[in-house]
Design a protein around this ligand. Sequence first.
Ligand SMILES: [Zn+2]
Ligand SMILES: [Zn+2]
Length: 175
Amino acid sequence: MKITLIPLGEIAFSVMVELEKRTNRVFRCPVEIGEGFKVPNSAYDLQGDRCLASKLLDEIAGTGREREERVVGIIDVDLYAPGLNFVFGVADALRGVAVVSLSRLRQEYYGLAPQDGLFLERATKEIVHEIGHTLGLEHCDDPRCVMHFSNGLADTDWKGVGFCPHCSPKMEFML
Ligand SMILES: [Zn+2]
Ligand SMILES: [Zn+2]
């Protein structure tokens, strides 16, 4: 397997490099930073402040990928889905693509002092989680497993970046 992270709109290159490194540490497969694209206006809601996740998945899938490649779009805008005001990320297992939003992963969003390490850790967990979905993994009951569903950041912070002993063999089988 190969993983490609692509910036959708403006994402600091230093952040992309950190996410690339951290994702590689979990999957131990080649991880690259690919060429991103500007988010099309059609992906935004009427107010222009959130993006429809499925629309972005279509755009990412449209960039083309190799058979064993997983492509994850990184965006700094809120994502929503029908019936859900906000989602941290969404994956499409059939097409091997995912999208993750950074916008609510920073302490600053909640009026707290910045913690870059924590921000990158959270983003890595979201990326690994969505890649897990592209590999066919479902949500896991183990609250420490990266495949555990995050209802909020408290769940994200409680879980690890890695797969539990139950999910790990399934994930490795897919690699
Ligand atoms: Zn999930
Ligand atoms: Zn698990």
